[in-house]
Structure formats: structure tokens, C-alpha cells
Design a protein around this ligand. Structure first.
Ligand code: GN1
Ligand code: MG
Length: 358
């Protein structure tokens, strides 16, 4: 999008100071994100075009984000840096609708940094503590949250979508994917059995982030402590295990999420231990026995779900995730599958680590 258009959109929001530039930021798969630079002493901002295909009800999603952020702000020492501050439009809306696209803005948090990969066990421990704290801060949040993506981490729902996608074969790719499709089908019963424990209440639900990969977390520039979870688009009620599992999928991977060299991809057990230590230091006291029992499995569950979602999008013809080349979703599928196998191979060690820590 050209910079004049972006400046025009930025002018709809109640920013302090004169906007001098709007430039792209980061590698999100879903939304388009920009930094809004302002003149002199005024703060900078984040401007996002929310993906309307992925999030059908952006206004309701923005209400979730504000409600959760205000709740957190009331409890933390530095509310402007430890929670998101949504900036409304001049006419006091939480979003601007421009030619059918939805835009939203928030304050750019100062002295913060973001990582694409976890580079030390210290960072993993901080990340785990940060998400544990996020869940603890929201433990008494009692307003209903809108379900921004239906059945987001619900594998029963995902299998329904999967069966429909394979049957439709929209991009004509199913015939060449029998091996990969087998990876999904062979684990169907196991994954549904886990999810039925959430459905029957054996595993409780709470307010959760649902997209805890490391690039969605802001760390303090100097201390590397977690400041704030950003990307609150998927804050919803779900099992808190999903936040742990999705982070394990991200922090422990010795390769990239879309690594073409599968020999680089595996789960680093020391990173697993460190993330678990951090997470449990905040959450242990409030977790049920069933949550602790299934905590290690949640890494496997979310990584499996990610294999399914990348492959399903490839089968669908690449409609959901942003891709950089035609086979990108297939490459992502294979790399995440390699990670899944590595987790499955180390599952008993993961379980003993959790047992030892809890
Ligand atoms: C997407 O929005 P982003 O890039 O943080 C996706 C996650 C996936 C992730 C894979 C709303 O996250 O669920 O795990 O890509 N978010 C949505 O990296 O689908
Ligand atoms: Mg996201």
C-alpha cells in the first residue's frame, strides 16, 4: 500500500503529535502491521490492517482486546508498558473501516524488543513466566469474550474443516499428498481423545492468549523480562494448555518454522525445561492435576494442529496464511511435522520434567 494512503489512514486515529511516516513492521502471517512515527516528543504507534478473511468480526475482536488490556492495566506496575493501549479514532471508534478493510492502532511500547527465535534458556524461562503471569492476571476476568475464530484450537472442529478441505480438493493437490495426509489421519483418534477431556470439563477452560509464539511477546530492552503479550487478536476462553503448547512449538524448535533443511529441526529439551520452569513458577499453584498431567502433551497437540492447519491451507490453495513462494505451506507442514516427531520421541522426558517441576 502506498505511503500516501497509509498516512491518510493514520490521520483517522487520535495520535498525539504529527505523523511523519508509516512503515511496514515484522513478519505476521495474518495482519499487515506498520509503525507510525511521529514528530518530536510524541510517542510512536502501531497501525494494523486486521485480516478480515481470518477475523470475521473485527469490532467484537477489538472489544475483547480493550477489555482484556484494561483488566491487565489495573493490576500492573507500569500499565503503559505492561499492557496494550488501543488508540481510538477521532470519532471514538476502536477501528476505522476504509473501503471494506478494518484498521486498528495501539501505542508502540518504548524500550522493548521482539525476538523471532529464542536464543537462550534464560529467554525461554522469561517467556514462560510472562505467559504464566498473563494467565494469572486474567484469572479473575469475568466478562464474556467473543470467539474471534470459531473453534480455533478445537481439533474436533479442525478435523471437520480438514475432511471438507480434502474432499473438496480445491487446488487439485490431494493426489500428491498421500504421505502427508497419512500423518494427519494416523493421529486423529489420539488428538480427539485429548480434546474430549476439554469438552467434558476434565481439563478446565480459562482466559488464554492462544498465539504465544515468541514473536508475539514483547521483552524489556535491558532486562529481557516479558513486558507484555502483543497480538491479542485471539484472546478467548480455551484451555490454558494451548498457550503452553504453542510456545513450546516455537521456543524449543532448533530450526525455523519453515526450515527447508529438516536436519536443523528438532525439539531442544533444555529449552522445554526452561520454558516449563518459567511457566510453572507463575501457574503451578493454580493448575489442576489434570492440567499438569496433560501439560507436556500440549506441545504435541498444538504442533500437530499446526501441521494440520498448514497442510489444510496448502490443500485449500493458500487462502489463510501469507506465503512467500508457492510451496511455502507444504514446506511449513514438513518442518512442523519433523518437530512433531521430535517431540513424540522425547515425550517421556518431557513428562518427567513436568513431574519434577510440579
Ligand atoms: C499465525 O498472527 P500470527 O502470525 O502471530 C496464526 C497462529 C499460528 C501462526 C504460525 C490468527 O500467527 O495460529 O500458530 O501464525 N494466527 C492465526 O506461525 O491464525
Ligand atoms: Mg496473530
Amino acid at each position: 500500500m502506498n505511503s500516501e494512503k497509509l498516512l491518510q489512514i493514520a490521520s483517522l486515529f487520535a495520535f498525539e503529535g504529527e505523523v511523519v511516516s508509516v512503515t511496514p513492521l515484522g513478519e505476521g502471517f495474518i495482519n499487515d502491521t506498520y509503525v507510525v512515527q511521529t514528530a518530536a516528543d510524541a510517542p510512536n504507534y502501531i497501525l494494523q490492517r486486521k485480516n478480515h478473511y481470518v477475523f470475521p468480526n473485527v469490532p467484537a475482536m477489538m472489544e475483547n482486546i480493550v477489555a482484556v488490556s484494561e483488566h491487565i492495566k489495573r493490576k500492573v506496575a507500569d500499565p503503559m508498558r505492561q499492557a496494550l493501549t488501543v488508540i481510538p479514532t477521532h470519532d471514538k471508534k476502536l477501528y476505522a473501516e476504509v473501503n471494506g478493510n478494518f484498521w486498528a492502532a495501539c501505542l508502540f511500547i518504548s524500550d522493548s524488543k521482539c525476538y523471532d527465535r529464542a536464543n537462550s534458556t534464560k529467554l525461554a524461562r522469561q517467556g514462560g513466566a510472562g505467559i504464566g503471569r498473563f494467565q494469572t492476571l486474567l484469572a479473575d476476568f469475568d466478562k464474556p469474550l467473543y470467539e474471534t475464530i470459531k473453534g480455533f484450537h478445537n481439533i474436533r472442529h479442525r478435523f471437520e474443516q480438514w475432511d471438507a478441505a480434502v474432499a473438496a480438493d480445491a487446488a487439485g493437490r490431494v493426489a500428491e499428498l498421500s504421505e502427508e495426509i497419512g500423518w494427519i489421519d494416523s493421529r486423529r483418534e489420539q488428538m480427539l481423545a485429548f480434546w474430549s477431556l476439554v469438552e467434558d470439563g476434565t481439563i478446565p477452560t480459562r482466559v488464554t492468549h492462544n498465539d504465544t509464539k515468541i514473536s508475539n511477546i514483547l521483552f524489556d530492552q535491558t532486562t529481557d523480562e516479558v513486558l507484555c503479550a502483543i497480538d491479542l487478536d485471539t484472546v478467548m476462553t480455551s484451555t490454558s494448555l494451548n498457550d503452553f503448547g504453542d510456545a513450546i512449538r516455537s521456543y524449543t524448535n532448533t530450526g525455523a518454522e519453515d526450515d527447508k533443511d529438516l536436519s536443523r529441526v528438532s525439539m531442544d529439551l533444555e529449552m522445554f525445561r526452561a520454558y516449563a520452569e518459567g511457566f510453572l513458577s507463575e501457574r503451578k499453584a493454580t493448575m489442576t492435576a489434570s492440567e499438569l498431567e496433560w501439560l507436556a502433551f500440549s506441545g504435541i497437540y498444538i504442533t500437530f494442529e499446526q501441521v494440520l492447519r498448514f497442510l489444510m491451507d496448502y490443500i485449500d490453495g493458500d487462502k489463510y496464511y501469507r506465503i512467500h513462494y508457492p510451496s511455502h505451506n507444504l514446506i511449513r507442514t514438513r518442518a512442523q511435522y519433523k518437530l512433531l516427531q521430535s517431540m513424540e520421541g522425547q515425550y517421556s522426558q518431557m513428562q518427567s520434567i513436568i513431574k519434577h517441576l510440579s
